[in-house]
Design a protein around this ligand. Structure first.
Ligand code: NAP
Length: 420
């Protein structure tokens, strides 16, 4: 049964019809679409389904006699409740819903194992990129040290356009015109979407229950073309990274724009592409890259889950439950240790650097380089770019506050963490 027939649901329904023979061969049983739930029966559809398959009655759909429920409605509600009800009946559920899995995944996984069902969610992160299954299976013998990802295609597209000298508002408009960004883009540009996906990935990588509210989050709206230009001159690209890293008995979990060395593979992931880099003690560094969204790539991930579910039903196998083995605390952001890029607009007069240097020095933050950039002679202002050595976030934040209070400083234009 299919809940939803939009961009993704339409792709799944089409593939189930057009690839019926291949699916039956792979699963060992035929796959038959029994019911499709939509909101609006009058909406024109690109796909013609057999008579009587579509319904807008959720109760009727949920009462359908079936083995596998595919949820591609989107949003937290009523998707969570529909998934719960399907799992309570012992069904296998396949979902592409990152919000539901990030916020309620732990509860749904345990409900599934209690009732002898299973929930599959490969499509919830990275569209067509296989990453959930590798974390659950292929990398399961590893102690994962870190996971760094570009998992929001919309923001990666905007940042790629901005790296060519375009301002944020124009790059966003461009993304909206191409259909990459929603008319209300906050979910993407403020980093919520990436935080949901990071919560899902980190929970798997570290076998812990990480809620999206525990993920520190910064969006991309403060970035300017100047940041990209200065970063490039220093040998870096700017990417919105989702990072989870083990640090002793805690994990770092954050989504923020970061300077990434141009030579790193992640720095070269451009446009709407997504990539996830995982570092394990046995496998070393592994990079997964591909299309993070779109009807066909997402259908690829959903159908793989459907085939898995159908195969296990056909074999009469009991699903193996997912086990959380640890409860690792999240490290407070103030304790993060990183290098920093700081752009400061100052009065163009002697003695400015001494005051700024003192503010950092007093807080134990060591400066690696200071470069004077643009000078506006008319306004008598100059811009300087500071790169620090590794320093504690709390000390850098205090330094920035003190720098902002200096009378020679017009404003701290931006500060970004460096992912060396
Ligand atoms: N689009 C992508 O590239 C992509 C990639 C990865 C994951 N995902 C995830 O896949 C899911 C679906 O995304 P989508 O882009 O396919 O969304 P979409 O195009 O908006 O489609 C949503 C579908 O669900 C139906 N629907 C929504 N709420 C409903 C309700 N309360 N009752 C009955 N039907 C309802 C809609 O019915 P109507 O057609 O009648 O409006 C529509 O058919 C989301 O969780 C999304 O995050 C999407």
């Amino acid at each position: 049964m299919l809940l939803g027939l939009g961009v993704v649901g339409g792709g799944v329904a089409r593939a189930l019809t057009e690839k019926a023979a291949r699916c039956a061969q792979r699963a060992g049983v035929p796959l038959v679409l029994r019911r499709v739930l939509v909101r609006d029966l009058e909406r024109p559809r690109l796909l013609t389904l057999p008579e009587g398959l579509l319904t807008d009655d959720a109760e009727e759909a949920l009462a359908t006699d079936c083995d596998i429920v595919v949820e591609v409605l989107g949003g937290e509600h009523p998707a969570t409740e529909y998934i719960e009800r399907s799992l309570a009946k012992g069904h296998r559920v396949v979902s592409a819903n990152k919000e539901v899995m990030a916020k309620h995944g732990a509860r749904l996984l345990s409900l599934a194992s209690e009732r002898g069902g299973e929930i599959f969610y490969e499509a919830s992160v990275g569209g067509g990129i296989p990453i959930i299954s590798p974390l659950k299976r292929d990398l399961s013998a590893n102690e994962i040290g870190s996971l760094r990802a570009i998992i929001n295609g919309t923001t990666n597209y905007i940042l790629t356009v901005m790296s060519g000298g375009v301002d944020f508002a124009s790059a966003l408009r461009d993304a909206q015109q191409l259909g990459y960004a929603e008319p209300k883009p906050a979910n993407d540009i403020d980093g919520h979407d990436a935080a949901y996906k990071l919560a899902i990935l980190a929970s798997l990588a570290f076998h812990t229950k990480l809620h999206p509210d525990d993920v520190y989050r910064e969006g991309i709206t403060r970035l300017t073309p100047r940041d990209f230009r200065y970063a490039a001159e220093l040998g870096y690209a700017i990417k919105l990274l989702a990072i989870a890293r083990r640090d002793g008995n805690a994990i770092e979990a954050r989504v923020n724009p970061a300077l990434v060395p141009q030579g790193e593979l992640l720095a070269k992931v451009d446009g709407v592409l997504n990539a996830v880099q995982v570092e394990g003690d046995l496998a070393g560094r592994v990079l997964f890259q591909g299309a993070g969204a779109g009807a066909l790539p997402t259908t690829s991930a959903i159908l793989a889950d459907v085939l898995d579910a159908a195969g296990s039903i056909a074999q009469g196998g009991r699903p193996s439950p997912w086990r959380y083995t640890s409860d690792i605390p999240v490290k407070p952001m103030s304790e993060l240790v990183s290098r920093y890029y700081i752009r400061v607009e100052v009065a163009d007069r002697p003695g400015v650097l001494a005051g700024i240097g003192k503010a950092f020095g007093d807080n134990g933050v060591s400066i690696a380089s200071v470069i004077q950039k643009e000078t506006d002679e008319k306004a008598q202002t100059a811009e300087i770019v500071i790169m620090t050595h590794a320093a504690r976030e709390a000390a850098v934040q205090t330094s920035i506050q003190q720098v902002e209070s200096l009378d020679v400083v017009r404003q701290v234009g931006n500060f970004l963490r460096v992912e060396d």
